[in-house]
Design a protein around this ligand. Structure first.
Ligand code: G3H
Ligand code: 13P
Ligand code: ZN
Length: 309
C-alpha cells in the first residue's frame, strides 16, 4: 500500500480492455466515499486534484488525506495533478508528493506544446512520476478552465506519433467530443470514435485518456431538481459510449461532475427532508454514501475495472 504512479495501472488497463477511474477530489468525504467503493470492488484508483481543488483545500491537506486513505484501506493510490497549467505547476505538485501530473499545454501551438510537455517529462521522469499531456481542446467550463465551443477542437490524429515520440509522455488526453461540466451536448450526444480508432492504430499499446467523461446520471439530476435545484438541460456522455471507449485504447476516464451531482443530490435531499438537522455530519454522511454508490456503479457498469487489483 503506497502512493504509486499510474504507469502500471494504465498498462494493465490497456491489456485488460478496461479503464481506471480518475476521480476529482477536494474534501475528506469524497475521498472516503470513493476509496470505500474501490476497496470493496477491488478496483485500481487514481485520485486527482485540480488547481481549483488545491486552492480550496490546500495541496498538503489533500495529500495527507490521500495518505490517510492509503493507510486505512491498504490500497495503492495514484495521486494525480489534473490540468497542470505550466512547468512550474507540475514541479510544485511533484515536490508536494504527487505521483502523476497532467501538463495541459493544449492551448499553445503544437510546437510549444511539445516543448513545455518535454520539459515536464524530463523533470518528472527523474522523480519517478508519470506525465499525461493533451492534444486537441475540450469545450466546457470549470473553475480554472473555460473553453468555448468555438475555441474547442478535435485531436488531429496525424500529430499524435510525432507528439508522443518527441515528448516521451506516458499517456495522452484527446478531444473526441466530450467536454467538461454538466452541460455537454445541446442535441444528441456524439463522440468521434473514428478519431479514437485512428489514434489507436497510430499509437499501438499507448494509453489514451478521456476528460469530460461524466454521464450526468438523470437519477441525480432529478433528485436535485425535486429538492430546489435548477440545472435543466444538464446532459452527459452516454454510458455505452464510455464502455466502448474503455474497451479500446482509453485507459483513464476522468470523472468529476458526476460526483458533484451525486453529492449535491444527497445533501439537498437530506436537508430538505430533515428541516431540524443542523449537524453537518447528518447530511455529509449521506453525501459520502452516495459517492460510494456512484463510484461502484462506474466501476461495475462503465469502467470495467472491478476485481483488477
Ligand atoms: O477538468 C476539470 C475538473 O473537473 C476540475 O474542475 O477546476 O472546477 O476543480 P475545477
Ligand atoms: P467531467 O466534468 O465530465 O466530470 O470531467 C472531469 C474532468 O475531465 C477532469 O479533468
Ligand atoms: Zn479535464
Amino acid at each position: 500500500m503506497a502512493l504509486v504512479s499510474s504507469k502500471e495501472m494504465l498498462i494493465k488497463a490497456y491489456q485488460g480492455g478496461y479503464a481506471v477511474g480518475a476521480f476529482n477530489v477536494n474534501n475528506m468525504e469524497l475521498i472516503q466515499g470513493i476509496v470505500t467503493a474501490c476497496k470493496e470492488e477491488k478496483a485500481p484508483l487514481i485520485l486527482q486534484v485540480s488547481n481549483g481543488a488545491k486552492k480550496y483545500a490546500g495541496p498538503v491537506y489533500l495529500r495527507k488525506l490521500v495518505e490517510a486513505a492509503i493507510e486505512e484501506s491498504g490500497l495503492d493510490i495514484c495521486l494525480h495533478l489534473d490540468h497542470g497549467s505550466s512547468y512550474e505547476d507540475c514541479v510544485s505538485a511533484i515536490k508536494d508528493g504527487f505521483t502523476s501530473v497532467m501538463i495541459d499545454a493544449s492551448h499553445h501551438s503544437f510546437n510549444e506544446n511539445i516543448l513545455i510537455t518535454s520539459e515536464v517529462v524530463k523533470y518528472a521522469k527523474d522523480h519517478g512520476v508519470t506525465v499525461e499531456a493533451e492534444l486537441g481542446r475540450l469545450a466546457g467550463i470549470e473553475d480554472d478552465i473555460n473553453v468555448s465551443l468555438a475555441d474547442s477542437s478535435f485531436t488531429d490524429p496525424s500529430q499524435v506519433e510525432e507528439f508522443v515520440a518527441k515528448t516521451g509522455v506516458d499517456s495522452l488526453a484527446i478531444a473526441i467530443g466530450t467536454s467538461h461540466g454538466a452541460f455537454k451536448f445541446k442535441g444528441e450526444p456524439k463522440l468521434r470514435f473514428d478519431i479514437l480508432e485512428d489514434i489507436q492504430r497510430r499509437l499501438p499499446n499507448f494509453p489514451i485518456v478521456l476528460h469530460g467523461a461524466s454521464s450526468v446520471l438523470p437519477k441525480y439530476v432529478d433528485i436535485i431538481t425535486e429538492h430546489g435545484g435548477a440545472i435543466s438541460g444538464a446532459k452527459g456522455v452516454p454510458e455505452e459510449m464510455l464502455r466502448q471507449a474503455a474497451r479500446m485504447a482509453v485507459c483513464k476516464i476522468n470523472i468529476d461532475s458526476d460526483l458533484r451531482l451525486a453529492f449535491t443530490a444527497a445533501i439537498r435531499q437530506s436537508i430538505y427532508q430533515n428541516p431540524s438537522h443542523f449537524d453537518p455530519r447528518q447530511y455529509l454522511i449521506k453525501g459520502r454514501e452516495i459517492i460510494t454508490e456512484v463510484v461502484r456503479h462506474k466501476i461495475l457498469h462503465v469502467l470495467g475495472c472491478g476485481g483488477k487489483i
